[in-house]
Ligand binder design. Sequence first.
Ligand code: GCB
Length: 599
Amino acid sequence: MLKPRSTPTRELTNLDGLWRFAVDGATGEEPWAGPLDTRLEAAVPASYNDLFTDTAIRDHVGWVWYQRVVRVPRGWAEECVIVRFDAATHHGKVYVDDVIVAEHRGGYTPFEVDITEHVCCGEEFRLTVGVDNELTNVTLPPGTITVTQDGRRQQKYLHDFYNYAGLARSVWLYSRPAVHADDITVVTDLDGTAGTVEYTVRTSVPAPVRVRVLDATGAEVAAGGGAKGAVRIEDVTPWRPGAAYLYGLVVETLSGEGGEVVDSYTQPFGVRTVEVSGSRFLINGQPFYFTGFGKHEDTPIRGKGHDDAYLVHDFQLMEWIGANSFRTSHYPYAEEVLEFADRHGIVVIDETAAVGLNLAVTGGLAGRPHQPTFSAETFNDDTRAAHAQDIRELVTRDKNHPSVVMWCVANEPSSNEEGAREYFEPLVELIRALDHTRPVSYAAVMFATSENDRIADLFDVICLNRYYGWYVATGDLATAETYVEGDLRAWADRFGKPIIMSEYGADALPGLHSVWDLPWTEEYQCAYLEANHRAFDRVEAVVGEHVWNFADFQTSDGIHRVDGNRKGVFTRDRRPKAAARELRKRWRGLAGCKPSGIA
Ligand code: GCB
C-alpha cells in the first residue's frame, strides 16, 4: 500500500486534530448513527489512555469511538476519494455516515478504503471510527481478558509495555485517479560505480507505465518503460549508514500506449545492498557493526501517539550518542519514523507486532502452571494466520525503505518449545517469498539457548536478548560477564552466523547513586553495560549491540516496575542518565566498525 502523497494527480488532506470521543457503552447502541453523544474530545494522533483523568477510560477494555465531520474538497468530482488510517490500535471499524466501509485488525499497520460512492464532493460526511484494544490468543500482540469478582473486564498480556490504544497515527483523506499505480517495489544493486534499479509497478487496471529516476537535485538520471523493468544509474551515490542519499522513482501511469499521464507518484528509494556473509553483516559490501537501541513509541500523555517533535529529538539524541541503528521493538513504527531514518542514514531492524508468543515467561514469573505455548488452546493456526497477515502488511508497507536492512519476525517467542518450528517455518518461508533481499531474524529469549532453540537455523542473523547482571547474576557483574561471553561463544560455535545482542540493559533511577555495584543506580547501569561490552568485544561473531532501551517507557502495572520500565539510557522525557555519556564515548569511537583487532 503506497503512502499517501500529494502528487500532480493526487491531493491530500490531513484529518488530524480533535475528534469527538466516547468509550463504548457511554453512548447509544449504534454510536455511528448520528452525532456521538459525548462531551469528550480526543487528540489524533495520540493513544487515548493518558489523555483523560478517568481511570475507567484508561483501563477500558473493548471498543471506543472517535468521530468528526469531514468535508470532501469540491474539486475531487472526477477522482476516487480514499480515507486512510496510518494505524488503529488494535482493531478498527470505519463508518461513513451510517454505513460501515472498512474493518482492519492489527494495530500498527495502515489500512484505507475507497469511499467515493458514499460521499459527494463539496459536501460533508460523518466519519466515525470504532477502535478495540482487546488482545486475545489470536491477536498480535496476544493477551487474555479476565473478569474480576465484581464483574470488571481486565486485559492481561505477555509483554511489559503498556497496551496503549486508539488512533495513534495520522488519518488522511486523499484523491486518486481511478486508473493508478497501487503498489511499487524497488530492488537495488551495485555494479561497480553504477546502481541497478529493478522496479515492479502494479496498476489498478492494466495500463502502460513509464518511469524516471530523479537524483536528489531533481535531475533525471535514468528512465524506462513498462510495469516491470530495470534501469541503471551511472556514477550512483549509494545510500550509506550515516550518509543517506535518496533518489525518486517517478511512476507515471498512462491512459493508453503513447497516451497522457493519468497518475503520477514518486517513490523515494536508496541504492544499497545488504548481505550476510559467514558471520559478518555487510551493507554495500562493507562489514557493519550495529550500535543503538531497542526503542518504543512511547511519550508522556501521547502514549504511542506519533509526534514529529519527539521524532526529531530522538534522532538527534541517537546521533549525539553515536547510535547508527535501532530496532522497531516490538511492532512496526509510524512510517514517518522510517522515512526519517531513510533521510538521515540510520539503519533499522523492522519488527512485527509478534511480542509475547511465550507462555513460559509469565508462567515462570507468576508461578502459574505452565501451559504449552503452541497448541490448539493457546497459540494456534489462527494466531499464525494473524502473524502471517502482519508480516504481509509490514513488508508491503516497508519494503522500499533503504534504512530497513533486516526483518525481525518476533520478539522472544518460546523458540525452545515443542511446536515452535512448525509455527515459524511457514512464516519464514512467507517473508522470504515477499522479500528475498533482506536477512531475516527473531530476537531470542534468555530461556532459548544455543542447545535447546529449535528455530535459529531458519534465520540469517542470531539476535539475542540477554540480561546477565540484571535478571540473572543480579549485582554480580564478574559472573555476568563470563555468562555473556559463554553464551555468545556457544551460539557462534553452533551456528556460525552473525550475532546481534538485540537487548541488554539494566534499570536505573536517575539520581540514585552508589559507590558499590548496586542495581538501580546510575553507576550500576554504566558498569553493567561495560561488562557486556568487554564480552562482546572478545567474540568475533558479534556484529552489533542494541541497548534495552533508548528511553524509559510506560508499562502495565506490576511490582517489578517503578512508574514504567527504567532501562532507558534516557529518561522518558529524554534526559540522559550517566550511561548515556559512557555509551557516547564507546559508540562514537566505533563509528560502525567492530572494535579493532577482532573482525
Ligand atoms: C525483554 C523484552 C522487553 C522487556 C525487557 C525488560 O526481554 O523483550 O520487551 O521490556 O525484557 O526490561 O524486562
